[in-house]
Design a protein around this ligand. Structure first.
Ligand SMILES: Nc1ncnc2c1ncn2[C@@H]1O[C@H](COP(=O)(O)OP(=O)(O)OP(=O)(O)O)[C@@H](O)[C@H]1O
Ligand SMILES: [Mg+2]
Length: 258
C-alpha cells in the first residue's frame, strides 16, 4: 500500500515507559481524506501513538511522517498540519460557543475571526447555541464545539482521541455527522475508539493495536472476511466487527491471564 498518497506513514514505531514496552514496532499508513480508526483495549497504546504523531511525545525507535513531515525532525511543520482533540473537551464554560471560536481564531492570528466562528457554528449545527454560554451545552454540543475549535486554520490532518467517549447515543450521532463532514471536505481523520460500532459506522480503514503491534489492518469488509460467516438455519449472519475484535484480541488476552 505504498502509494505515496499516504498522509500518515508510520514504520517500526517503538515506545517504552521504563520496562513497559507499549509499542513494539507499529506500522500503519493512512491515505489522504480517509477516516482511519485505531482500535485497541485499554492500555493498548492508542493515545501513545496519537501523542507521538502529534509531536507531544518522542518515539524510542521507528519513523513517523505526517503530511510529509517527520515528527521528530520537522515537529513544527507537523504541528502546522494537524489538530488534536483529546477525550476531554477543552472549551471555556464561561464564554459562549461563538466567543470560544473567536478566541482561538485570534490566538492563531486568523483574519476575520467572527466570520470563521460563524462558518464553523453553521458547519457543526451550533448557530443557535452559538450565543449561549458553553456551560449550558450538552456533552455532544461541547464535543462538537471542541472539534470545531480544532479546525480553525483548516489543518489537513485531524486526530480525534476517543471523540465520543462518555456521550449518549444521540450526541454520538451528532459527532459522527461532524466527523463524516470533515472527511468529505478532504480532511484526513485518525480516530481512536473503544466503540466498535463507531469504527464500523465511520471508518474507511480499521486497525487493531494489540500487544504493541498492529495485528489487523483493513477495510471493514476485509476484517469481516477474516472470520467465516456464521450460518444460522437459512439466514447467513455476517460476523460483526466485535466478533473480529474478540477473535483477534480476546483469545490472546485470555491466554495472557493464564
Ligand atoms: N507517561 C507514562 N508513564 C508511564 N506509563 C504510561 C505513560 N503513559 C502511558 N503509560 C502506559 O502505557 C500504556 C499505554 O497507554 P495509552 O494511554 O497509550 O493506552 P490507550 O490505548 O490510549 O488506552 P485507553 O483506551 O485506556 O485510553 C498503558 O499501560 C499506560 O499505563
Ligand atoms: Mg487512550
Amino acid at each position: 500500500m505504498l502509494t505515496g498518497m499516504s498522509v500518515i506513514q508510520v514504520r517500526g514505531l517503538e515506545k517504552a515507559y521504563r520496562e513497559l514496552r507499549v509499542l513494539r514496532g507499529v506500522d500503519l499508513e493512512v491515505e489522504r481524506g480517509a477516516i482511519f480508526a485505531l482500535l485497541g483495549s485499554n492500555g493498548a497504546g492508542k493515545t501513545t501513538i496519537v501523542r507521538i504523531l502529534a509531536t507531544l511525545l518522542r518515539a524510542d525507535a521507528g519513523t513517523a511522517r505526517v503530511n510529509g513531515f517527520d515528527v521528530a525532525a520537522q515537529a513544527a511543520d507537523v504541528r502546522e498540519s494537524i489538530s488534536l482533540t483529546g477525550q476531554f473537551a477543552a472549551v471555556d464554560e464561561i464564554l459562549t460557543g461563538r466567543e470560544n471560536l473567536i478566541l482561538i481564531a485570534r490566538l492563531r492570528h486568523r483574519k476575520d475571526p467572527g466570520a470563521i466562528a460563524d462558518d464553523l457554528l453553521k458547519r457543526f449545527s451550533l448557530t443557535e447555541a452559538g450565543a449561549r454560554r458553553v456551560g449550558t451545552y450538552s456533552g455532544g454540543m461541547r464535543r462538537r464545539l471542541d472539534i470545531a475549535m480544532s479546525l480553525i486554520g483548516n489543518p489537513p490532518v485531524v486526530f480525534l482521541d476517543e471523540p465520543t467517549a462518555g456521550l449518549d447515543p444521540e450526541a454520538r450521532l451528532e459527532v459522527w455527522q461532524a466527523v463524516k463532514q470533515l472527511a468529505q471536505g478532504g480532511t484526513t481523520v485518525l480516530l481512536t475508539t473503544q466503540y466498535l460500532n463507531e469504527a464500523e459506522e465511520l471508518a474507511d480503514r480499521i486497525a487493531i493495536l494489540h500487544q504493541g503491534r498492529i495485528v489487523v489492518d483493513g477495510t471493514l469488509a476485509e476484517l469481516k472476511g477474516l472470520l467465516p460467516p456464521a450460518k444460522v438455519e437459512y439466514v447467513e449472519k455476517q460476523p460483526t466487527l466485535e466478533d473480529v475484535f474478540l477473535a483477534v484480541v480476546g483469545d490472546a488476552a485470555a491466554a495472557d491471564q493464564k
